[in-house]
Design a protein around this ligand. Structure first.
Ligand code: NAP
Length: 309
């Protein structure tokens, strides 16, 4: 066991985690963060953030995360780029295990965010990384001059499709309904782009491939079950995310999808354990709301700890 009992350990390093780190560092809590092997969270996979106040020209996702991290580190946040394997929240100080080493903390702030959901259509498993991806920012450049499809009808799908027009000759958005969850501005941008076509009432039933990789997909119209084929060498699935809470082993109350439930302010079902950002948020899921909640969690943790002494 690591000797010291920390005032606060933050798990996860998106905008929620770094903001919690910044606030708790400035409150002299001497916070420690386990940022994960892939620190920075989902925004590391985002091209341009245009809706975070304070950046009139927009900012790249990775750039913003580097800035958030260095701002928090400037005030003393200690960041370790490792994953938390398991936790024991049955007594205080709480236990956290990282690469077999045990750490103890009086309070914990969980900011582990969410990860992309795969579609699960026939042939998907075999084509993952061979043409099918959940991240246009990571893999889009592999498809220069190609025809690609994007599955989904939310902001992620619109964003991925618009980004992919930089590389692909054509981008087809496949959506299972004709009503879109995407915000008006992002939907209109995609609709008006000359390289983007939107196909509503279509669901991917099967992925088609040859020995070189993806060649297309079989699409089904959910209204009458009719089938058609579409050719593509790349496909990007943008149908939402699931919260990263498995490592908690069910010790904190969640809803049926795994999102952590707040019992009071940002506190979870266990006094002293707080949560912020996409790991609790089924409604807003924005960088700015995650950052705001990270700030709230740091203040809540500080006040709670003070009330215990
Ligand atoms: P989302 O808004 O939940 O949209 C998911 C989309 O995937 C929906 O159109 C849904 O269809 C579809 N879908 C879900 N399961 C499916 C399945 N099994 N087969 C086919 N389609 C399926 O998720 P998101 O687009 O990832 O956005 C999540 C949050 O992040 C939102 O709050 C969004 O505003 C935010 N976000 C913001 C930005 C930005 O502002 N720059 C960028 C990306 C995301 P149905 O509508 O039929 O359910």
């Amino acid at each position: 066991m690591s000797q010291a009992v920390h005032n606060v350990i933050i798990i996860g390093s998106g905008p929620a985690g770094y903001t919690a780190g910044l606030y708790s560092a400035r409150a002299m809590m001497e916070p420690m963060m386990f940022a994960g092997y892939m620190s920075g969270g989902q925004l590391m996979l985002t091209s341009d953030i245009e809706n975070f106040p304070g950046y009139p020209q927009g900012i790249g996702g990775p750039e913003m995360m580097i800035d958030l991290r260095s701002q928090a580190e400037r005030f003393g946040l200690k960041v370790v780029d490792k994953n938390v394997e398991r936790v024991d929240f049955s007594s205080r100080p709480f236990g956290i295990w990282v690469e077999g080493e045990e750490f103890r903390a009086e309070t914990v702030i969980i900011c582990t965010g969410a990860e992309a959901i795969w579609l699960g259509a026939e042939g998907e498993q075999e084509q993952k990384g061979r043409g099918i991806s959940t991240c246009a920012t990571c893999d889009g450049a592999f498809f220069k001059g190609d025809e690609v499809i994007v599955v989904g009808g939310g902001d992620s799908a619109m964003e991925e499709a618009t980004f992919l027009t930089r590389f692909a000759s054509k981008v087809t958005i496949i959506h299972r309904r004709d009503v879109f969850r995407a915000s008006k501005v992002m939907l209109e941008r995609a609709k008006n782009h000359p390289k983007i076509e939107i196909r509503a009432h279509r669901q991917v039933k099967e992925w088609l491939s040859d020995d070189k990789g993806l060649t297309g997909a079989v699409l089904e119209d959910p209204r009458d079950g009719s089938l058609e084929e579409i050719e593509c060498t790349g496909a990007f699935i943008a149908i939402g995310h699931r919260p990263i809470t498995e490592f908690l082993g069910g010790q904190v109350d969640t809803d049926e999808e795994g999102y952590i439930i707040h019992s009071e302010h940002t506190m979870t079902s266990i006094p002293g354990i707080f949560a912020a950002g996409d790991v609790v948020d089924t409604r807003y899921r924005q960088a700015i709301t995650a950052a705001g909640m990270g700030c709230q969690a740091a203040i809540d943790a500080e006040r709670w700890l003070e009330s215990q002494h």
